[in-house]
Every structure is written in C-alpha cells, then in structure tokens.
Design a protein around this ligand. Sequence first.
Ligand code: SF4
Ligand code: SF4
Length: 374
Amino acid sequence: MPSKVCFVNARVDRFDYPCSVEGRLERILKKIDLKKYFSEDELVPIKMHLGNPGAHHTIRPNFVRLVVDQLKKIKAKPFVTDSVRLRAYEYLDAANRTGYNAMSLDAPVIIADGIFGLDSVKVKAGRILKELSIPSAIHDATSMMVLSHVKGHIDTGLAGAIKNLAMGCVTAVPRGCDWKEGGRGKMHFQMDEVMTWHEDLCTFCGICVRTCPLDAISIKGKSFLVDDKKCWRCGRCVRVCPEKALTVPQSVKRFSVSLAEAAKTVLSTFEKKKVFYVNFLFDIQPECDCMAVSDTPVVQDQGILLSDDVVAIDQASLDLIAKAQGLPQSKAAELKRKRYADILGALHEKDSRVQIKAAEKMGLGKSDYRLVEA
Ligand code: SF4
Ligand code: SF4
C-alpha cells in the first residue's frame, strides 16, 4: 500500500483564514490525530534548522508556532531544537534573530547537543559511517517532529527530511573526541580525506575565513592555514570559495548513501511510527540554510507536505518541484531548459534521487505514495 502524504497547496482561492495555508495546515494537523504519534506529557523535539546570519529563507516562525500549538493541544511537551551548526551560543542568537525563541514559539528553543555541543550518545551506524554521535536531546527523546525547509544542496541536489535527519541529528564533535567520531564531518569529508588548498587559484579574498564558524582558517600574507584541531569538517569553506581553490575529493554517490545511512541510524533510536515529518516547500532556493546568504527561489512556492514516511515525503517534494517551472531572475534561469525532472539536482549536477533510493533500500519508507490534498 502506498504511504500517505498530506498536502497543503500554497495557492489560495478565497480570502478567508480557513482557506489560508496556515488555516489548512491547522486543519490537517488536527485531522492527522497527533495522538497516534505523540503522548500526553511526552517531551517532543521539534527538529529544524534554526537559521544562519545572512540566510533569511528558513521556515516561517508562525508555521512552527502552529505545530507547537497542536502538540500542546494533545498535552505533549514540545521543544524546538537543532544540533550545533554554528557554535551553540551564536546559533541561539541566530535563531532568536530569525524569530525562533520561547516568546514567539511558546516552546523552549534549545541546542540538542548542549551549549558546548558536546552532549551526545554514540550509536552503531552502518557500513560507511560505522558509528555516529547523536545529540542527547534527540537520542533520549521517544518521539520527534521533523520540520524541514526543502531547498537545494551542493552535494545532494535536494535537501529535505532525509538530510535534516542525517546531517541535523548528528553531533559535529563529541566530548573528548575529534570530528572523526562525530558524524557530520564523516559525511562531508568521508573519513580521512583532507581539504586541499590550491595556491594558484586562491585570490586571498577571505570569504572562507569569514564563513568558517570556528575561526579555523587564517590567512597571513600569502600563507593559508587551517587549524586541524578546530576544524570539524563542515565543508562550508569549500562550498563558498568563488575560485574553487579549496577542494575535497568527494564521491557524490557515497555522500548521498551516507545520508541515508545516517538517517537510518538516527531513526534506530526511536520506535516505529514515532517520528513525523513536515516539509515546507517555500522559498525553494538553490543552497542550504547553512550558507551565509539566501538566493531567490528557483521554483514557485508549492506548499506543505506532511507524512510519517521520510522516503515518501521527500519523493513527493521532488515530484512537486519537478512539475514546477524554473523561475526567471533565479539560478534556474541559468539552466537551458525550463522544466527538469530534478531541477535542484540539475543546478548542482547531482542526482537527488540517490539518497531517496538508498533510504528506501535501507527500509526507511516507500517512494510509492498517495497525495491527499487538504
Ligand atoms: S575563499 Fe577561496 S579564494 Fe578566497 S581566500 Fe579562501 S581559498 Fe582563497
Ligand atoms: S571545513 Fe572549513 S569552514 Fe568548516 S570548520 Fe573546517 S575550516 Fe571551517
């Protein structure tokens, strides 16, 4: 039987709150019966990306508040969370500036691996990653609500719920360890690989220095240094370098499959049907929210998808985007055609389906789904 994916279309036809996206999201959340997934008094992490200075295309706080309200109506105890992306103190400030705080969301906003980003539990992973460290507030939770802003990603094409589970629910550097025992670095840099600096291409523009969340890069005169002890292999410097002067040997397939493996590892800490997903297809920009900028959307807003199947919801996201036309005045306009089966993949010369197929093969869900419009 296909998995059920509920859909709130971004288009509205009447100027009446029940017809608004918020109104229909509220209605569908009531209809889904969240009690099937979450219990009274259960502490429920609402896992999301909390923003980044310069990146303004994240999930709008009013939608997050709506999810919090519905969880509170069934007497669950939601809290909004993410693992460290920037150092935790700065990340909480970025979240606050984006509008994610206890006052606006009516729920605590906490960092899942603690203010030092060191609180995590090691969990056995699979063939590629071997072992991952899961932030304590996610590992110890008995259920989870995963809110994902769907957009592009340089290494995978589509970034949706699978990526949010995989990259977002692992710790960068666990207590007393280095990045090799975390998780995110292992996916980005694939074990022992190191970044290469190409002196002949570098213009010493300093963008990588400004982008590094850990101040691990320093440029002195014509010398370029990376502090190996500080660097947690997030790969941002590689992505932002306009001259391609920083490179990491990357196997695209291995990266996407390792995402599926990490998602499976995170889900192994929950009982079945205790994780629910909401994908927001608004401001579908070319790159990840970890970047210090937001670009114009590459296709029009599509709406919101809801499901308890992570594979089905990402497949449905990809399919909705495939039906949309590339927008003028966006990165999509640089492509030759208007329609693509995988426009986010085409923008980055990647195949977004690899992670979805790998996740399905690992038993995380079904790509066969039934769309139910709210
Ligand atoms: S961003 Fe690239 S070109 Fe600029 S300083 Fe860094 S390595 Fe050099
Ligand atoms: S990969 Fe680059 S940006 Fe990330 S921590 Fe290391 S030096 Fe900084």
